[in-house]
Design a protein around this ligand. Structure first.
Ligand SMILES: [Zn+2]
Length: 241
């Protein structure tokens, strides 16, 4: 039991206080970064895992795993493709599949990775019932991140269509790949992995579509679990020094 990631993960699952965080607080480190309103955020177990200073690394780890999955399915993929929304610099596709035949009416697929945590947007004024709900039901934030991405309007244009509509008009399917720090997937994630698994089979993969799907769901889940622990431990050591 020396692996710090594993110990962090176990404490997180069991909801027992993280010894690393307790040691930090004993040393007098009680706040982390500042909120948008400039208030220092208290060092809590969940904050350490979701601190925005590490969110980019967490996001990119998932993006990389997703890229590898599409590659393993022999799909033509690229990362952060430019020029998908003409006239803007927006890059709605973290991962872009050039040739998509799994859905009728679409010829390409833009996947937007969005990471969230179960306690995001909670403040000290949040009602206890809302807080309990977030702690006990996993996936609420992943679902709302999915909706937010789908409804997002193109910036700077009056009466603008949503990102999803704009892409759809050019036969590009939009997939918000929302994952939550708890490990929960957003509603679009499993159906998408299932489609990719079928594509893998169609493209000559030697394993069955269901083996492909199970294997990659597991890899992505491990990636989320490990990514959360890495982010937290990285935060702990930065605050310690
Ligand atoms: Zn922080």
């Amino acid at each position: 039991m020396r692996d710090r990631h594993f110990i962090w993960y176990l404490n997180d699952r069991l909801q027992t206080p993280q010894p690393e965080r307790v040691r930090l607080q004993k040393r007098g480190v009680t706040t982390c970064c500042k909120s948008t309103r400039g208030e220092p955020r208290p060092v809590t177990d969940s904050h350490l895992q979701s601190c925005s200073t590490n969110r980019k690394i967490f996001h990119n780890t998932i993006r990389h795993e997703l890229f590898k999955m599409c590659n393993a399915a022999n799909l033509v993929v690229s990362v952060e493709k430019r020029g998908l929304v003409p006239g803007t610099r927006m890059k709605p596709a973290d991962v872009y599949i050039d040739c998509w035949s799994a859905d009728e009416g679409f010829s390409a697929c833009a996947i937007d990775v969005v990471t969230t945590d179960a306690e995001s947007n909670l403040t000290e004024h949040t009602q206890p019932s809302v807080r309990r709900q977030r702690e006990n039901i996993s996936g609420i934030q992943a679902r709302s991140a999915d909706q937010r991405k789908r409804r997002k309007k193109l910036e700077g244009l009056a009466g603008a269509p949503t990102m999803q509509e704009s892409l759809q008009a050019r036969e590009i399917k939009f997939v918000p790949f929302a994952v939550e720090g708890t490990g929960a997937f957003g509603p679009a994630v499993r159906p998408f992995i299932k489609q990719v698994s079928q594509e893998a089979k169609n493209n000559g993969s030697t394993c069955s579509a269901s083996d492909f799907r199970r294997g990659w769901e597991l890899r992505i889940s491990m990636c989320i679990a490990n990514g959360g622990c890495t982010a937290a431990l990285d935060r702990v050591s930065k605050l310690w020094s």
